[in-house]
Design a protein around this ligand. Sequence first.
Ligand SMILES: [Zn+2]
Ligand SMILES: [Zn+2]
Length: 144
Amino acid sequence: MSGEPPSVELLRTRGLRVTKPRLAVLDILSQGGHLEVDEITRQARTQLDSVSTQAIYDVLGALARAGLARRIEPAGSPALYEARTGDNHHHIVCRACGAIADVDCAVGSAPCLDPNQTHGFEVDEAEVTYWGLCPACRVLADDD
Ligand SMILES: [Zn+2]
Ligand SMILES: [Zn+2]
């Protein structure tokens, strides 16, 4: 045991140099949820003296390429980042307020859906987004 924080180990095992911005972003993402770059930047600035939005984009790009962050972009939403990667989970999105929740993949491994036609493609992933109204927006809708 080296006694290093888990996020330091994580970066090293993926071959990434350990930097303060990378540690800060990993820490923010590890708290869960699906965060916009603006929100990640805001939180990072509470931990770091100063960091540019571009630097945060660069960190997120590096983490995503290393498999430590996942980028999703539901129609109508800005790009969102999360730390939950590699489990082929899907998302359920509220049409009214944009709230997002994780949905476990029913099958577990990609691709979890077999298309009727493949047109000769070898399919390795199916990106599924479920759309509906979240509980809070259902209550509002019922008030009318
Ligand atoms: Zn909603
Ligand atoms: Zn997710």
